[in-house]
Design a protein around this ligand. Sequence first.
Ligand code: PBG
Length: 326
Amino acid sequence: MEKYPMNLRRLRANTHIRELASDVRLSHKQFIQPIFVSETAAKSKPSDSLSQVNIESEASVLKSIEKDLTADVNKFLFFPIPEKSKDALNFDFGCKTIQAIKENFGDDIWLASDLCLCSYTSHGHCGHLNEDCTKVDNNLSVESLANYAYQIALAGADCIAPSDMMDGRIQAIRSTLDQHGLDDVSIMAYSAKFASSFYGPFRDVCDSSPDKKIKLKDRKTYQLDPANKKSALQAAWRDQEDGADILMVKPAINYLDIINELSHAVSVPLAAYHVSGEYQSIELMAQHGLMERKDGHVEVWNSIVRAGADIIISYAARKAKEWLNN
Ligand code: PBG
């Protein structure tokens, strides 16, 4: 009998069989939508650097969440954009906003809050600096972060998401929360957060780029080195040991290998943050007619889950339900 080439196309022949045969299953339920609220904004305004993303005011964020709930978008990562107050660490605006959101929506939403000092320090670094501004003062920064985490938790956040990359912060935050009876508040640790060029649009939105006039010009001493996989794995294992409930890899697409490796190595849920620069690359191509917006994002989401992540943080999370069901 003549041997024909094996036909692998039978399982790709139409939508129905592709749906049956696929081994990556995406659901809008696994998405987290980042939200930005600015202390100085009088109303909701579109961001110049992140297409289709609005910067909300204290009042408009409530309307925006109300609308999201009607579309089954109910998990959020909150970023406060406080008015710059010259190094006097004043967390009132962020905490007040969290409190207003949770008072309004209670358990209808899950609210995580980013935890970092970069929007508060005059130099834009994620922690305090030493006297001559050559490096971050790790332990002093951890103290401020744990205090900030306590205030956020007290305001009602469901989860604290430290993105600062100081050593020892997960342990310090966990024990501070527990000491104050806030043991139900979870921690989503930005564990494998790389010193990436893909945070540009976000820093523009939050005005949080490191000041180029001081000696420490970038975040390479505290964020991870893209050329060092072992230290990313070490950081994740340590954060799991220290009590993180969820671990995160960030950015997502350039670090799918790290997602994959951690998905086998850790026992807590794994989140991947498709960051601002990754998101905006798709948006810009779409705007130039070089890619379908929906197709670009959905392909990325499939890759992230295929690599082993359980949770996706995406600026397009709002569209997930619509896009994944059509
Ligand atoms: C704050 C923080 C950053 C992001 C999340 N939290 C910026 C940075 O580390 O410089 C980036 C998110 C994105 O680019 O979408 N430290």
